[in-house]
Write a protein that binds this ligand. Sequence first.
Ligand code: SF4
Length: 224
Amino acid sequence: MNNDIEFYWKKRIEKCKEALESNNFEAFVSPDISTARDLIQNEILPSLSCVSVLSCVSVSWGDSISMLSTGIIDEIEKRPEIELIKTFEAGVPREEIIERRRQALLVDVFFTGSNALTESGKLINLDMIGNRVAGLTFGPKHVIVVVGRNKIVNGVEEAMHRIKNYSAPLNAIRHNSLKTPCRKTSYCTDCKSPDRICNTWVITEKSFPKGRVKIIIINKDIGL
Ligand code: SF4
């Protein structure tokens, strides 16, 4: 049975990788989060001209459980030659965090995840503030997206359904400060809450320029 499951995911991920590449994304497959971190550190980052020169390299990120679970941001923090713009930091006033998120749109390398990935190679995302989808779309020279296999869906409709009925309520539940109705019900009521986290949809059909967006599919269920 385990071999059958492995075969299922191998085939599904391969198909997705091919579709991403035909959409001008650079795509990678990794068996687990630690291999993904090594891939980013040892292959992807050194291949970027701005990083290999090692001068004035700036890095930031948009919120993603999958990407953060690789530990890549912790590793980058240990490298003094890289300027890391921390868009999440305990004890920093909200105004300062928002300003940092604005600055993060001009970095060399932007890390994030994706709410869903279709079999035809599209990224589907729903954002609260917009800094995550903004960085994915324009600004940072390179974008590195980490996504678990559980985010693979058949198409845009299934992606939107999954995000609104699973990812978004769970995302609200994991943030104690939010007061959205889905934190109590666990389902979406298309609320008008001032804390609403579902504000901007972005469908990334292709990478422009080619290769700007690099996607690592991890062959494990991670993230929401
Ligand atoms: S629209 Fe409101 S209720 Fe629905 S998932 Fe988003 S935050 Fe929750």
